[in-house]
Design a protein around this ligand. Structure first.
Ligand code: FAD
Length: 350
């Protein structure tokens, strides 16, 4: 039987941040990641993706992300390089590719079932992200549409869309960035549920992090909800988005009502023929491996206090969204909840 004090599931930034703090506290642990190479979701994003914060504001605990030459906002390849080096620098015990299929209660321990056999541990950190659980809204006619449909996770570059009629759905950062990516090469229709809300041009991820932290503090102290990140807007005006918007190329239409075989149709009967629809409609936490523990709350989340699951004190969740710590789904924001989780785990297992 393979046994360790802590199993961390997921070797993206959240899993690595957990590993950094577990190591500092002298715990015995392993990180299991189902990808062939380091970098978590960053190795799968579209080619032109740039962070919405400068490098130094996109750092994990212990080591600042180096700046990328010629770029204020590093690209995804740079993040993959940073995470790869981070693992090496702190000699983090990542095993990959190892896929975790389920976490089970097994007496005093938790049993982590994988495609390489089970592990037993006194505590588990789940840090599996959201990338592998893309969300598609239930829009009528989706199955009838004869063109190509893909989600953000399937989009890499304008190659393959040149000259086509493309509908991009979504008013968040992914929708705006992918629309800006396609605007010069395609006949683009950008569709958003409400008019796009661009953050002020001088606001980037740094302000988002501050807003998320201020909100959490206010809520913790019983003060009024500050509105957090949502109060600032939805879209960071990163340079390509700003340029397309300022050139008048990034105009959004309201959400259509349905699809048919040929394209999308609005409630008033207006229609747009389309060769492809790209759904930039978000993600959900990838938690199916935790199903055997029976912890899901009404919104699909697992209720937590800090990062600890309310229904299973040996389980911590890291990185999925604000419900596991303010801005914990960002590179800079995951460090603090990772530290808190490691401390609680040390108190439990040491
Ligand atoms: P991931 O990077 O997804 O890592 C989780 C790892 O766990 C993956 O390797 C996955 O394959 C693995 N895994 C999943 N399930 C299992 C399993 N059952 N068994 C074993 N391994 C498993 N944040 C910022 O700070 N700045 C930004 O500019 C920014 N831009 C973003 C742009 C986009 C399009 C998206 C989607 C997110 C962005 N984020 C940004 C948010 C966030 O930083 C990333 O989503 C980041 O990848 C989250 O890291 P993570 O470690 O939580 O998850």
């Amino acid at each position: 039987m393979r046994r360790t004090q802590v199993v961390v599931i997921g070797g993206g930034q959240a899993g690595l941040a957990a590993g950094y703090h577990l190591r500092r506290l002298g715990l015995d642990f392993v990180i299991l990641d189902d990808q062939a190479t380091p970098g978590g979701a960053w190795q799968h994003t579209w080619d032109s993706l740039h962070l919405f914060s400068p490098a130094a504001y996109s750092s994990l605990p212990g080591w600042l992300m180096p700046a990328q030459a010629g770029q204020t906002y590093p690209d995804a390849r740079h993040v993959v390089g940073y995470l790869t080096e981070y693992e090496r620098r702190y000699d983090l015990p990542v095993q990959r590719p190892v896929h975790v299929s389920g976490v089970h209660r097994d007496g005093a321990l938790l049993r982590v079932e994988t495609d390489h056999g089970p592990w037993h541990a006194g505590a588990v950190v789940s840090a599996t992200g959201t990338w592998w659980r893309p969300f598609l809204p239930a829009v009528p006619g989706r199955a009838q549409f004869r063109g190509r449909q893909l989600h953000t996770v399937g989009y890499r570059s304008p190659a393959g869309f040149a000259g086509q009629r493309v509908v991009v759905v979504g008013g968040g950062n992914s929708g705006a960035q992918i629309a800006a990516d396609l605007v010069h090469d395609t006949e683009l229709t950008w569709v958003t549920q409400r008019p796009p809300r661009f953050l002020a041009d001088d606001i980037d991820g740094r302000a988002l992090f501050d807003a998320a932290t201020a909100r959490r503090r206010a809520l913790d102290q019983g003060a009024a909800d500050t509105g957090g990140v949502a109060s600032l807007g939805d879209i960071v005006a990163v340079p390509p988005v700003r340029e397309a918007r300022d050139a008048g190329l990034l105009k959004a239409s309201p959400m259509f009502e349905r699809l048919d075989a040929d394209g999308v149709v609005w409630a008033d009967g207006t229609r747009a023929s389309a060769d492809a629809v790209i759904w930039c409609t978000g993600f959900r936490p990838a938690l199916s491996h935790l199903a055997p523990l029976g912890l899901r709350g009404p919104r699909g989340h697992i209720p937590t206090t800090g990062t600890r699951a309310l229904g299973e004190p040996r389980l911590h969740l890291l990185g999925y969204g604000d419900w596991t710590g303010p801005a914990s789904a960002t590179v800079i924001g995951v460090g603090r909840p990772a530290r808190d989780a490691a401390r609680e785990i040390a108190a439990l297992v040491l």
